[in-house]
Write a protein of this length. Structure first.
Length: 95
């Protein structure tokens, strides 16, 4: 998901992106496993804020199979599901 976000950020330099990892898997751990995440476009920031603050500031919410999408909707963010071809949907808004 972060690799996808990185590619979209490169193609959309006018848009600010905030990457937020799961609390039990910090972004630094993910980046160690995938070195291409160590260098991100200047329009990407790694969130070090609490979940409520991230959700309040978000206008869009890119997600896969997370129930956090319900909190994002309640905070006013518009959801974008990142599905994959030839995969059963894990979208909690549709299932």
């Amino acid at each position: 998901m972060f690799l996808f976000g990185k590619e979209v950020a490169k193609k959309s330099p006018e848009v600010q992106f905030r990457f937020r990892s799961h609390p039990i898997l910090p972004f630094g751990v993910v980046a160690k496993q995938n070195p291409s995440l160590k260098q991100l476009p200047s329009n990407v920031e790694i969130s070090d804020q609490g979940k409520p603050n991230d959700l309040i500031q978000a206008r869009w919410f890119l997600y896969r199979g997370t129930s956090l999408v319900f909190e994002a909707l309640a905070a006013g963010a518009r959801p974008l599901y990142a599905g994959k071809k030839a995969e059963l949907s894990i979208d909690p808004l549709k299932n």
